[in-house]
Design a protein around this ligand. Structure first.
Ligand code: ADP
Ligand code: ZN
Ligand code: ZN
Length: 739
């Protein structure tokens, strides 16, 4: 008797036994194929994990698989093993883990291939012949025409996305009869573009060359390279030249970046250097387009694959290298479902597929630096900015006892004025959107709080409403205090909207762009603001951390960090590390060209020892001090954490449930002589969000192994626990946020 053990996308952390369908040739059946089964009253897609000879259930209790969908596995051997490892490590259901790794088109009953027509934009006779000067007044159209002539082919929708070519540009060219739209049959196999690598426009400096040489020397081996170079030190240039080497060897490169929508320039740089098939997993792509990209990567026709976190699961025919840009970024950790770290999975994947991986960052995490210290990673440093760019200088603006105008000290305002006068752009960073984080009654001290969360409502002046930033609840602003009826309601504290108002009042002759989640809601708004910022249409840029990532603003000479106190005083043990990363990332936006940049940090804690260390001795001295603190406190990377979270509308249930689990955990630990510590349970830092009460239990262990063993023992206990039915619970292994 053959029994198929199948992973199904249900939360249950187990495999399900089925009989093979009648017409099935067991010999031909390979693990990793998708199957269609009856599950309860539903039909469901699953993945075959193994074929075994017996089941714990009697044969007549087993259902037959309805249909085997694939003849070949949808996962490569290495990915399949990696995913099983991930399911075990992150304590997640096998089925859900497999489905997390598949494009959504394959989560349905359809074959893992595609034959379709695809839109191409092709040059017309006129487009080929016309003098390029005719388009001198339309630089964007001109660029497209030049690209088409250079490639001597056509552009597809995906390429246009990658190259930042909008449909209005294409329409304009069609109207002028320079290009036409054609539907061409798209069989992935035929889509192999000839590889053209354009020469680099720059000569590498000594450190870049050394980094490149080291990586090239073991280009066929697994090695983790920590490319630690300040912003603008030419890391991307190193990536490009390493990729050139990989492509020449006929292999593929996988590039992970924090957020594609925020880094169109980086992506465009790749596609301008390499004339080859590049797939970018972009949120603007349709499901079909994503699926095509996945297929092209799997079949090896896509040579470069660029994507965010989930692209770590993209199959590759000839894996050559993985590059993670801004590898410190928290977006590489998924915060729901399969709570994986794409950075850690990528390292494991590189190891299994025997290729190098580069973790590039101007501010590596403490974990990465610790791994470099232990020789798990090889550190490569780029100490200087590439080309002529000069590093910025830092100024601490002491806010204590200063007269503030709208939260800004006179010293900072003076600096802003000076830079504007010298025709520099100014970027002000404040991680609080809205007008003011608190709306308070001057008469009695009442303040507006969210009815569903333990949080204050944020005042949004332009919309004239209050918003909860935790549950998105909206409320009208009240004209008088609901408690004492006084008409003395006033905003307290500062958000980006208020900062914008203050700045506009001080510098009425300059244009201000505010870039935060509120100002970039509508399609195209973000791009327009960023374009305006780069073109110099705006002289003052105000933004939240959205602005800290990956943008190049060549004209910015002053970066002001309006409120550094939060980062220095937070209770989260990772807050100071994040703060330093943020300061350096934001600082990286300044003075990327020949002009010297200046970074001003406003704080009530000018003497804070860690701030002083960071500014006077640099990031490594700072991280070394933090590592010392972590060591004393036995926190990561000197220990490993797992966080159990529970939430429920009932205020008692989450704590009661976790209390129960903690007792079980403690007795397991006692019985097995395990070294795991149980901390808590305790209410979450913000206990109530969107009407649900939340609690958490922290497990801490010097070894991964004992933590893993305890977690898997706990999981089976939890699933059988009566209280577990009253809460929603989850496990977060290697959590990066403790809220
Ligand atoms: P990073 O990725 O570290 O932020 P980039 O690779 O984007 O740095 O380089 C920053 C700028 O410096 C880019 O405009 C790039 O073209 C330029 N650049 C890089 N390497 C060199 C070099 N060796 N000589 C001159 N300019 C360089
Ligand atoms: Zn009042
Ligand atoms: Zn709320």
């Amino acid at each position: 008797m053959s029994v198929l053990r199948i992973a199904l996308p249900t939360p249950l952390r187990k495999l399900f036994d089925y009989l093979p369908p009648a017409d099935c040739d067991i010999q031909q059946l390979q693990p990793g194929v998708r199957v269609f089964v009856n599950f309860g009253r539903r039909k469901m897609l699953g993945v075959l994990v193994t074929v075994v000879n017996e089941s714990e259930f009697p044969r007549d209790k087993l259902k037959s698989v309805i249909k085997i969908i694939d003849s070949e596995p949808v996962f490569s051997d290495t990915l399949f093993v990696l995913l099983q490892w991930a399911a075990n490590y992150y304590q997640h259901s096998f089925g859900e883990t497999f489905f997390t790794a598949l494009p959504s088109m394959l989560r349905e009953d359809r074959p893992a291939k595609l034959n379709q027509y695809k839109t191409h934009w092709c040059l017309t006779e006129l487009g080929r012949k016309i003098s390029i000067t005719e388009l001198s007044r339309a630089p964007k159209q001109r660029r497209v025409l030049l690209l088409l002539r250079e490639q001597n082919t056509s552009l597809t929708t995906e390429q246009c996305l990658v190259l930042d070519i909008t449909s209005s540009i294409l329409q304009a060219l069609i109207k002028k009869q320079l290009i036409v739209k054609e539907e061409i049959e798209d069989t992935i196999e035929h889509a192999v573009a000839e590889l053209v690598i354009k020469p680099s426009p720059v000569v590498l400096n000594v450190e870049q060359q050394e980094a490149l040489d080291s990586i090239k020397q073991s280009i066929d081996d697994f090695k983790v390279w920590l490319l630690y170079g300040v912003t603008g030190s030419g890391k991307t240039e190193v990536y490009l030249q390493v990729i050139a080497e990989v492509l020449r060897a006929g292999k593929q490169a996988l590039v992970l970046i924090p957020e594609i929508a925020l880094t169109p320039q980086t992506v465009a740089r790749f596609s301008e250097r390499f004339m080859t098939k590049i797939v970018v997993f972009h949120s603007k792509l349709s499901q079909t387009e994503k699926f095509k990209g996945w297929l092209a990567a799997r079949e090896g026709t896509a040579k470069i694959i660029i994507g965010t976190r989930s692209a770590v699961f993209t199959p590759m025919q000839n894996p050559g290298i993985i590059i993670i840009d801004e590898a410190h970024d928290t977006s590489f950790k998924q915060q729901n479902g399969l709570r994986y770290s794409a950075r850690n999975l990528a390292v494991l994947r590189a190891q299994r597929e025997k290729m190098p991986i580069i973790l590039g960052s101007a501010t590596p995490t403490l974990e990465s630096l610790y791994n470099a210290d232990n020789k798990q990673y090889q550190m490569l440093r780029l100490r200087k900015r590439a080309g002529k760019a000069i590093p910025p200088t830092f100024t601490v603006v002491d806010m204590r006892q200063q007269k503030l105008s709208g939260g800004l000290a006179a010293e900072l305002l003076t600096l802003v004025g000076e830079h504007l006068q010298r025709e520099g752009q100014v970027l002000l960073f404040l991680n609080q959107r809205g007008f003011a984080p608190v709306l308070m009654c001057h008469g009695c001290g009442w303040f507006a709080s969210c009815r569903r969360c333990d949080a204050k409502m944020v005042f949004h002046k332009r919309l004239h409403e209050l918003r909860c930033h935790h549950c998105d609840r909206r409320e009208a602003v009240v004209p008088r205090c609901p408690d004492c009826q006084a008409e003395q309601i006033m905003p307290v504290g500062m958000g980006t909207e208020r900062l914008q108002q203050t700045i506009m009042a001080h510098f009425p002759n300059y244009k201000v762009a505010r870039i935060d989640r509120d100002s970039t809601q509508r399609k195209g708004e973000m791009e327009a603001l960023l374009d305006g910022a780069r073109d110099g249409k705006f002289q003052i840029l105000i933004g939240t951390q959205m602005l800290a990532k990956g943008h190049h603003f060549p004209g910015v000479t002053l970066v002001g960090i309006v409120n550094a106190d939060g980062g220095l005083l937070s209770a989260d043990f990772r807050a100071t590390e994040r703060f330093a990363q943020l300061v350096l990332q934001v600082a990286g936006r300044a003075g990327r060209v020949e002009r010297v940049g200046e970074v001003a940090i406003q704080t009530h804690q000018p003497q804070h020892p860690l701030l002083q260390l960071l500014l006077n001795k640099g990031y490594l001295a700072f991280t070394n001090a933090l590592l010392e603190e972590r060591k004393l406190a036995a926190m990561p990377p000197y220990s490993h954490l797992a966080l159990l979270r529970a939430e429920a509308p009932n205020s008692q249930a989450p704590l009661a449930f976790l209390q129960q689990i903690s007792l079980q955990a403690r007795s397991l630990i006692k019985n097995t002589d395990s070294h795991v510590h149980v901390l808590g349970p305790a209410p979450a830092p913000i206990e109530r969000v969107a009407g649900k009460y939340r609690a958490q239990l922290l497990l801490q262990s010097p070894q991964r192994k004992s933590l893993q063993i305890l977690l898997s023992q706990l999981i089976s206990l939890i699933s059988n626990d009566k209280l577990s039915k009253q809460v929603r619970w989850s496990i977060d292994v290697d959590p990066i946020d403790m809220v």
